[in-house]
Write a protein that binds this ligand. Structure first.
Ligand SMILES: [Fe+2]
Ligand SMILES: [Fe+2]
Length: 174
C-alpha cells in the first residue's frame, strides 16, 4: 500500500507526464507547419515517450493498490520563434520535471517508502538523458549558427531518431 500522501504525489506526476506528452505534441505540430518533418518526427516520438512515462506511473500506482485520477490538461503553447527556441523550452520543461522527480524521491525517503524510491530511480536516470538530449540539439543548432542549409541538415539528423516503443508494451520480446 502507498501512503495517501505518496499516492497523491505520484498521481500528480501522471498529470505532469501527460502535460509533457501534450507539450511535445504541440511542438510536433509547430514543426509540421514550419516544414521541419525531422523535428516533427523527433517531437512525436518524444511525446510518445512521455505518454509511456505516464503509463509507467499509472502501472506502479495500480500495482501498489492505488488509483490514478486523470485531470484536465492545460492547452500547451501553439507557436515558438524558432526550432532553437523549441528546444530551449523543452530543456526548461525537462528541468521542471527533474525537480518534480527529485521532490518525489525526497517524499519517498521521508516516508521510508523504499519500493517507491527504487521505482523512482529509473526516472532519476531518465531525466539526465532527457536534459542531455535537448541540450545536444541546442548545441547542434548553435554550431551551425545561421549557416545556409544548417537547419535542413539538423532536420535530417532529427529524422533519424528511432521510433519510440509501444507505451503499453515498452519491452516486447525480440
Ligand atoms: Fe517524462
Ligand atoms: Fe521528458
Amino acid at each position: 500500500m502507498l501512503a495517501k500522501k505518496m499516492e497523491t504525489a505520484l498521481v500528480n506526476q501522471v498529470h505532469e507526464e501527460m502535460y509533457s506528452f501534450y507539450l511535445y505534441l504541440a511542438m510536433a505540430e509547430y514543426a509540421a507547419a514550419e516544414g521541419l518533418p525531422g523535428l516533427q518526427h523527433w517531437m512525436r516520438n518524444q511525446a510518445l515517450e512521455e505518454f509511456s512515462h505516464a503509463v509507467k506511473f499509472m502501472n506502479y500506482i495500480a500495482e501498489k493498490g492505488g488509483k490514478s485520477e486523470l485531470k484536465a490538461l492545460q492547452a500547451p503553447p501553439k507557436a515558438w520563434k524558432s526550432a532553437k527556441q523549441v528546444f530551449e523550452e523543452a530543456l526548461k520543461h525537462e528541468g521542471h520535471i527533474t525537480e518534480c522527480i527529485n521532490n518525489l524521491v525526497d517524499l519517498a525517503y521521508t516516508l521510508k517508502d523504499h519500493a517507491t524510491v527504487n521505482f523512482l530511480n529509473w526516472f532519476v536516470g531518465e531525466q539526465v538523458e532527457e536534459e542531455a538530449a535537448a541540450k545536444a540539439v541546442i548545441d547542434m543548432i548553435n554550431l551551425t549558427g545561421n549557416a545556409p542549409g544548417g537547419m535542413f541538415m539538423i532536420d535530417r539528423e532529427l529524422a533519424a531518431r528511432p521510433a519510440a516503443p509501444n507505451p503499453y508494451n515498452p519491452t516486447p520480446a525480440a
